[in-house]
Design a protein around this ligand. Sequence first.
Ligand code: G4F
Length: 329
Amino acid sequence: MDEFHKTALVTGITGQDGSYLTELLLKKGYQVHGVVRRSSSFNRWRIDHLIKDDRIYGNKLYLHYADLNDDASLRRIFKKVGPDEFYHLAGQSHVGLSFEIPELTTQEIAGCTVKLLEICRDQEFRPKIYLACSSEIFGDAQEPHQNEESNFNPTSPYGASKAFCVHMGRIFRQSYGLFVCNGILYNHESPRRGENFVTQKIVRSAAEIAAEKKDSLELGNLDVERDWGHAKDYVEGMWQMLQQENPNDYVLATGVAHSLREFLSVAFEYFELDYRNFVSINNRFLRPNEPQRLCGDPSKAKKNLGWRTTHSFTEIIHDMCLSAKANIL
Ligand code: G4F
């Protein structure tokens, strides 16, 4: 049996961020416990390589069945694991979808976060807590670059729910002395990004069009600008937040916004295509409301955590294109 440096509990371990974070924590000598939902179909491909490795699974990495809506199962896991660090990454993460299912989104993001904060408060040994928050809290932002002091002005049920979580994280920190860090993360992508997010949708479609398996791509609003980073850099920041002496809130972003058209152009150029020949607008993908531009100011994370981004905009897109191409062949 290995001697572990620390024990971490992660919700959302099968997602993009959860899988990269798990790899990072394992590399740092942690014992990692993940919360997974019982489901008839497996959606664990992002951590499959870890599960299949006998030296890791059942030795350094454990999965526990629970549901964010099932208090007893969550409490049991906390009791069994006794984590030093708790990373809460799970929950409905699609902004567009939050307009279709606002009640569920609010329940899953806001309600479950409070529940988990309460569970942490009740532990004899209280873990350090990371809450996955989002740049969507700024919504119709006033400043060209938003930071930890910027006003919240969310434009979606998702953004409003995340804003609630930031407030609750702060309230639990101030009222009960819990070590809670809110990670206010801007869009972060990778080959492991889910296919209903625009970046993955674009690179997969471009790869399919290049392979003549598809001849067009339908999208929603092309006139937006977002601050896109690489998920690998962002999980490093999550971990760094919990290694500090004091808890705090941090914006993780590149500090540079790009238009969706720029993203399209770089992705299609990788496959030697001109996106203008293939992309059309389908109103189905338009949202009732959304921020026109979001761009973060990561100065505080750079100064306090020494956090840095290591992938350029083009490198992120090429990394995703390479993987999309390989998956098609
Ligand atoms: O890729 P998206 O769906 O990401 P979005 O909405 O910015 O949210 C992501 O980043 C947030 C951080 O800021 C996270 F909190 C959140 O959980 C998630 O990870 O959309 C990006 C942009 C939007 O402006 C959207 O309207 O792309 C636009 N878009 C245009 N056509 C589309 C499409 N988005 C999607 N998903 N699908 C389209 O066809």
